[in-house]
Design a protein around this ligand. Structure first.
Ligand SMILES: Cc1cc2nc3c(=O)[nH]c(=O)nc-3n(C[C@H](O)[C@H](O)[C@H](O)COP(=O)(O)O)c2cc1C
Length: 191
């Protein structure tokens, strides 16, 4: 009788030991399967509105922030769209590809690229095409976002897709006036 009790106890102990070892290793495997996505938040901003939105996306996703800088920075006169300004001339020229200063380091390590820009004449500024055409983006997921005076993002999608060869481009949102919480909920759902 006592022998039986001892045997049952040792069986229980063995079971607890095996479960204790097995459960954590199952968790490790599950964590291994859902590998954390590497996020880049690349943006162009001429007057700061898109920059503020990009910072919210960066905070929400834990991504790396990268500012797309024009080699020849845009002055107030360059942006004066009531006149024949530089921005207007570029937007009217399908071959315009304004030069960029600097490069993203090791873009190959990123799985998801959030790409932000202001809307100029209904579309993405041409420097966004320069950016997209400068890298091998095969297999990457690109999620767009913009700020605007009300036009929204739709008009920019065709050219962004044309320039982002081999990438899966997801139409994002116009984040003008979005709170951090709104941005965070949206951005995390797109990772
Ligand atoms: C040259 C130019 C063209 C613009 N065209 C539009 C437009 O077509 N539709 C719109 O809603 N806003 C337009 N805007 C307003 C910008 O999209 C808006 O102010 C944006 O938030 C600016 O972002 P940024 O501060 O990051 O540069 C235009 C602004 C500029 C300078």
């Amino acid at each position: 009788m006592r022998k039986n009790v001892l045997r049952s106890l040792s069986l229980l102990l063995m079971l607890a030991f095996v479960l204790g070892l097995a459960l954590p290793s199952a968790n490790v495997m599950a964590a291994g399967k859902s590998k954390k996505k590497k996020v880049l938040v690349a943006y162009f901003s001429a007057t700061g509105t898109t920059k503020a939105a990009a910072k919210k996306v960066k905070k929400a996703t834990g991504g790396t922030l990268y500012q797309i800088k024009a080699a020849d920075p845009y002055t107030a006169a360059d942006l004066d769209y009531d006149k024949n300004c530089r921005a207007n001339r570029e937007q009217n020229d399908k071959n315009a590809r304004p030069k960029i200063k600097g490069k993203v380091k090791k873009i190959r390590k990123y799985d998801v690229i959030f790409l932000g820009y202001p809307i100029w004449w209904g579309k993405e500024p041409k420097i966004i095409r320069t950016f997209l055409e400068s890298y091998n983006l095969k297999g990457k997921k690109i999620v767009t976002f913009c700020t605007s005076g009300g036009s929204g993002i739709s008009g920019s999608m065709k050219e962004v897709k044309q320039s982002a060869k081999g990438a899966k481009v997801i139409k994002g949102k116009d984040l003008t006036d979005w709170s951090y919480n709104q941005v965070a909920k949206w951005a995390r759902s797109k990772m």
